[in-house]
Ligand binder design. Structure first.
Ligand code: SF4
Ligand code: SF4
Length: 494
């Protein structure tokens, strides 16, 4: 490790020195594949910083040094500003990437002290990473904002109620698939028993301040356990594992079921490891680095990587996080092997050989494609949905105008910042209201829920689906019949 020459900071562990600034290494080509790019970046990080990442430490000295290191890359050129959704809406420097980087650097250097306003500027960021994609200096904005929020977490004491709510949502539910499934069963009972209809009709939900949460609640499918293994149809050409995630596993089993059926039809054995869980993205992006670290390690241990051709992710938000495990755990060989196997389902299906019997039937429908920020800015594969759906004869495909702008979903942002989230979504809905497609295809569950909620409120009857659902439908393997489920080895999920 380089000799400590930086300024001394007082920490909970006593006085410590900041490590000296690191020389700025080339982080790799802008358009390299996500995994390679992030591995290249992680290799440019010093041993000291590697150790900090690996430990997932949240002491303010460790985070501050990393923030200063990353912020140093920003040359304040401002090229990212027109691409930033919050800057476009507010025209405020502090709501721009350049402004936020300056704020984080000042906070990390001790030039600025913690304040509610500073926290609000960082909180309003969507973590969409549009700025990162267009930055000519390769600033790792995603890592910066995660660390900036984590630094704030180390310095801020939240009110008891807020802490309890966060603990309940982030730790008691997201980190525990069993509890999330129990909640889903309760919500399903609420929906199918008629209680939801009654509460809506009487206006009690509005009185209790729960109307918005209730409106976001899509019909919850029955919750059953996945089998460990779903065999290929005919002779297997490969073996993959499915990453089910947490929210997707509970609320979007239709997509997971469609994915298993399509992969089996293409000749892949599909494993669904039971020990897997939440990808950790929500923890990572809200400054809970230590907890994200634990979730990452749990997932890397859950998959028998050496026996798999690929680990398939369906939600681009999860896929983006999974593709960064190697960067976030740079000392972990397991994480590197795991990341190398991560494949987004759309691209994987496009690149797979299709047997002669897998024939897509025609569909006479107008389909608009919404590209999630994670697909565009992290996975850097914005075209896969279009390339995949082009294979369905008869579809009239279009991409939503402004597909490089966040819809406002952004993890739990649409719950924590409903005004900005709605403003951004309304821009998408205006386009949808004028073009009125039959179907809106998107590869991220958060975007799908947020947009579906807006479409319902606007009384637009556009169906929102994951592209794999459409592929399964046109392969005629999406039927709900038990006979078909048995024939493809699916536990009935929806
Ligand atoms: S983040 Fe990149 S694009 Fe934005 S001001 Fe800094 S160097 Fe320029
Ligand atoms: S991540 Fe998105 S919202 Fe945040 S600063 Fe960058 S472009 Fe703006």
């Amino acid at each position: 490790m380089a000799s400590p020459t930086g300024p001394i900071a007082i920490t909970p562990f006593g006085p410590r020195r900041h490590p000296p600034q690191q020389p700025l290494a080339n982080p790799g080509p802008l358009h390299a594949g996500a995994a390679e790019r992030h591995v290249a970046r992680s290799e440019s990080v010093s041993e000291h910083q590697r150790r900090l990442f690996t430990l997932g430490l949240e002491s303010h000295v460790d985070l501050a040094s990393q923030i200063r290191y990353d912020a140093e890359r920003c040359v304040a050129c401002g090229l990212c500003l027109p691409h930033c959704p919050t800057y476009r809406e507010t025209r405020t420097e502090n709501e721009s990437p350049r402004g936020r980087i300056a704020l984080m650097r000042a906070l990390a250097s001790g030039e600025l002290s913690m304040s509610a306003r500073l926290e609000a500027h960082l909180a309003l960021c969507l973590s969409c990473r549009n700025c990162e994609r267009v930055c000519p200096a390769n600033v790792s904005y995603g890592r910066l904002i995660d660390n900036g929020r984590a630094l704030i977490e180390t310095r801020r004491q939240r009110p008891m109620g807020e802490r309890l709510l966060k603990r309940f949502a982030m730790d008691a539910l997201l980190g525990r698939p069993y509890r999330l499934r129990m909640l889903a069963k309760t919500l399903r009972a609420y929906q199918v028993s008629g209680l939801q209809r009654t509460l809506r009709a009487t206006g009690l939900l509005r009185l209790a301040g729960l109307r918005r949460l209730d409106s976001l609640l899509a019909p919850v499918p029955p919750q059953s356990r996945w089998r460990d293994h779903y065999p290929a149809h005919g002779k297997a050409i490969g073996r993959v594992a499915l990453f089910t995630g947490c929210v997707t596993d509970v609320f979007d089993r239709r997509t997971l079921t469609a994915t298993i059926r399509v992969l089996n039809t293409l000749g892949y054995d599909v494993d669904v490891p039971r020990a897997q869980g939440c990808c950790g993205a929500l923890h990572q992006h809200s400054g809970e680095l230590r907890k994200a670290n634990a979730l990452m390690q749990r997932n890397t241990a859950a998959f028998d990587v050496s026996s798999l051709d690929a680990i398939i992710s369906t939600a681009s938000g999860c896929g983006a996080m999974l593709s960064e495990y190697a960067m976030l755990l740079p000392d972990s060989r397991d994480a590197r092997l795991f990341t190398n196997k991560i494949k987004d389902v759309g691209r994987f299906v496009i690149n797979s050989p299709w047997p002669a019997h897998a024939k897509l039937t025609a569909l006479d429908a107008r389909v608009a494609i919404h590209t999630p920020c994670t697909q565009l800015n992290v996975l850097r594969d914005a075209d896969s949905t279009c390339e995949l759906l082009e294979r369905i004869p008869g579809l009239k495909l279009s991409t939503l105008p402004d597909n490089d702008r966040c819809c406002g979903a952004a993890g739990v942002y649409f719950l924590t910042h409903p005004t900005m989230a709605k403003t951004l979504r309304d821009r998408k809905l205006q386009k949808l209201a004028s073009s009125r497609p039959d179907i809106l295809a998107t590869s991220n569950i958060g975007c799908a829920m947020h947009l579906q909620d807006g479409l319902q409120a606007a009384r637009l009857d556009t169906e929102v689906v994951h592209p794999m659902v459409l592929i399964a439908r046109q392969l005629r393997i999406d039927g709900p019949s038990r006979a078909q489920d048995r024939s493809v080895g699916i536990d009935r999920a929806g």
